[in-house]
Design a binder for this molecule. Structure first.
Ligand SMILES: Cc1ncc(C[n+]2csc(CCOP(=O)(O)OP(=O)(O)O)c2C)c(N)n1
Ligand SMILES: [Mg+2]
Length: 680
């Protein structure tokens, strides 16, 4: 083992203190892993499942790592190659076969994910996904949570060497090292990422070299086919994390004895001599030699263990194969976790002091943080006396301390990934992405992690994260401070999308988002933050507005004008104009797009028979397209005219204010659409 002398902590070379019993027990898990891998490949050929990805060659370092953790106390984010790790931590052979055969009782995902996507609530193995590298930031968030809660828990996160090229890997190390978070980055270096060798992957062809510059990170290199050396490296990293000294990165040099997965044939890109060299380093053969030489086991004892292991695998397969598949009628379950049912509050007192939208949001955060100590606010510039570029978080650090309102690094994926990790351990992150235009670097975490966690784990895990995002234009914000983003996110099952148009709604909806268990994208039209017309008498601290209730802003019998966000005021102005012309327009503010109050829309359409949908987002693929299709589908017989849409032109929003005016929908555009429809 080679530890970095320049990093915090001492260099160690002592062998692990493993007793004979421990060695044999770890050997049993390694062998079980190998036999399961072999059996799964047989079952695959028999058409019993459709994907396999093996641990063969990685077993020694994996059992060593798991043996150093406290199951059910420490947290793990293992990757798809970690069968030996999860078995050693406590997952049973039966459970891994339920996973492989995609059965209903599989604790990993209930048959929703491919095999080897681990997750086990009781063992604190967090549900893992397919994208390489998303786990690092979540592990960091989990570690930060442990620090904030004063728990001595350690967080294990693993991946292959190829995955260390991902940005999330570096973002996670940066944040974990900055905070001295108790995270162990465990890299299983088999020199290949599918077919790509490490020389084509990483500068210096070495993970150890790659992370040299991270101050506060201890780096260790170890022969991952050597059980005892791996155990010593891991023991040291666990002790360091538990003592509060901070993160470690262990690079375990291993061999990949199987192709990348059952979809791959490594003979196509690796020389037979190289494959033979790898076989010479087989960790199981190595440990068997060691056990025999040390007299821990004799040949007969070894053979007995091998027989028992084979029998165990056969019994596990037979049992798992007898268990039921998930019922077809459960295919739509667990998209969202159960959330408290809220009843609509009484209307706010009209005599109350008026408040602008940004202050209403600020007060909602203030009141909710006061009420619930598990709420954490973070993002870029949100802390201290600045309180965010729009002041939405002003005063939170002063009131609740840096522990609960703090600045994140300038990295959006970090903000969402860390929030997910915190939420998974039971905390309530309410984070800010500074501008909707910059949310894209967090897209993987939002779409593949936050939104899918509950579904992919069959409801075992959920991420109650609220993501606040200033969006939209009319502020001369140019292409990169004007974007409307709701259309993208309404296409993501598992994510709620809220878009208020005034101060009172913003306060009530934000409170509901915070008090619920679902992941919520809370979009704040920044042009309305201080707008006079978006002001409202401030509702009290108990004003919690359930998501999914549209608001009828004006009633009318002639045309339904369905809108939300910045177009609400323009729609009201247009409706007023039409009223002067004798046409009564009903204006509906959707307030939340997911859940959608379709019933309120249909009720209005059945009355008017004519519909205009108005939103600021660009036309093509916008939310209006979907809503128009729903109305056409469910109220066709009631329609007397085509459904019209008013939206931004299909170009980015330009800076020049005359150009901006052309691109973004104006009141005159809404008026024109209404007149056109009234005359149809
Ligand atoms: C973000 C992302 N890109 C690509 C893939 C496809 N993919 C799956 S595994 C893999 C290689 C990973 O190699 P490495 O990190 O070295 O781990 P190993 O499989 O060798 O253990 C790739 C490219 C993916 N799952 N996720
Ligand atoms: Mg690899």
């Amino acid at each position: 083992m080679h530890a970095d002398a320049s990093a915090r902590g001492k260099s160690v070379s002592q062998p692990a203190n493993l007793s004979s019993e421990q060695l044999v027990s770890l050997y049993r898990t390694m062998l079980l892993t190998r036999r399961l891998d072999e059996k799964m490949l047989v079952l695959l050929r028999q058409g019993k499942s459709f994907f396999h990805i093996g641990a063969s060659g990685h077993e020694a370092c994996q059992v060593a790592a798991a043996a150093c953790l406290r199951p059910g106390h420490d947290w793990s984010y293992p990757y798809y190659r970690d069968l030996a790790f999860v078995l050693q931590l406590g997952m049973t052979a039966e459970e891994t076969m339920l996973c492989f055969l995609a059965r209903a009782e599989d604790p990993n995902s209930g048959g929703r994910q491919m095999p080897a996507h681990y997750g086990h609530k009781k063992l604190r193995i967090v549900s893992q996904s397919s994208p390489t590298g998303t786990q690092f930031l979540q592990a960091t968030g989990c570690g930060l949570g442990a620090l904030k809660e004063g728990k001595d828990e350690v967080v294990f996160v693993s991946a292959g060497e190829g995955t260390c090229a991902q940005g999330d890997f570096h973002e996670a190390i940066n944040w974990a090292a900055r905070e001295r978070a108790p995270v162990i980055f465990f890299i299983e270096d088999n020199k290949y990422a599918i077919s790509v060798p490490i020389t084509q992957q990483l500068a210096g062809a070495s993970v150890y070299e790659l992370v040299r510059g991270y101050s506060g990170l201890e780096r260790v290199q170890v022969d991952g086919t050597d059980l005892e050396a791996s155990f010593a490296a891991m023991q040291r990293a666990v002790a360091r994390a538990r003592s509060g000294a901070g993160p470690s990165l262990i690079v375990a040099d291993v061999v990949r004895l199987l192709p990348h997965s059952s979809s791959d044939d490594q003979r196509k890109y690796r020389a037979s001599e190289e494959l033979e060299q790898d076989r010479q380093r087989d960790p199981i053969a190595r440990l068997e030699r060691r056990l025999l030489e040390a007299g821990v086991l004799d040949r007969a004892a070894l053979e007995r263990i091998q027989r028992e292991t084979t029998e165990k695998v056969e019994a596990a397969v037979e049992w798992a194969d007898s268990r039921p598949h998930p019922k077809p009628e459960t295919a739509l379950d667990h998209l969202y976790p159960p959330s408290p049912k809220l009843t609509p509050p009484a209307a706010p007192d009209p005599e109350a002091e008026p408040v602008v939208m940004v202050d209403a949001i600020n007060h909602a955060l203030m009141e909710e943080m006061e009420r619930d100590g598990s709420i954490y606010v973070f993002g870029q510039d949100v802390a201290g006396s600045k309180g965010g570029v729009f002041t939405a978080t002003r005063g939170l650090t002063a009131k609740f301390g840096e522990e609960r309102c703090f600045n994140a690094p300038l990295a959006e994926s970090s903000i969402i990934g860390v929030a997910i990790g915190m939420a998974l351990r039971g905390l309530k992150p309410v984070v800010e992405i500074q501008f909707g235009d910059y949310i894209w670097t967090a897209m993987m975490q939002l779409r593949n992690e936050l939104a899918m966690m509950c579904y992919r784990s069959s409801g075992a895990w959920s991420c109650p994260v609220v993501v606040r995002v200033p969006v939209a234009g009319y502020i001369h914000g140019a292409p990169y401070h004007s974007q409307s983003i709701e259309g993208f996110f309404c296409h993501v099952p598992g994510l709620r999308v809220v878009l208020p148009s005034n101060a009172a709604d913003a306060k009530g909806l934000l409170k509901a988002a915070i008090r619920g268990n679902e992941p919520v994208l809370f979009l704040e039209p920044k042009g309305l933050y201080r707008q006079g017309y978006a002001r409202a008498p401030e509702p009290g601290p108990d004003y919690v507005l359930p998501l999914g209730l549209a608001s009828i802003k004006r009633t009318g019998d002639d045309i339904s004008l369905i809108t939300y966000g910045t177009l609400v005021q323009k729609s009201l102005e247009a409706a007023q104009k039409l009223a002067e012309e004798g046409v009564e327009v009903e204006v509906i503010d959707l307030r939340t797009l997911n859940p959608l109050d379709l019933e309120a829309v249909l009720r209005s359409v059945r009355k008017t028979g004519r519909v205009v949908i108005a939103h600021e987002d660009t036309l093509t693929g916008g939310f209006g397209a979907d809503l128009a299709a729903l109305i056409a589908d469910q109220a066709f017989e009631w329609l007397d005219a085509p459904i019209r849409r008013v939206a931004a032109k299909d170009v980015p929003c330009p800076y020049n204010w005359f150009l901006e005016e052309v691109v973004l929908p104006q009141t005159a555009d809404v008026v024109a659409a209404l007149r056109d429809l009234a005359a149809y």
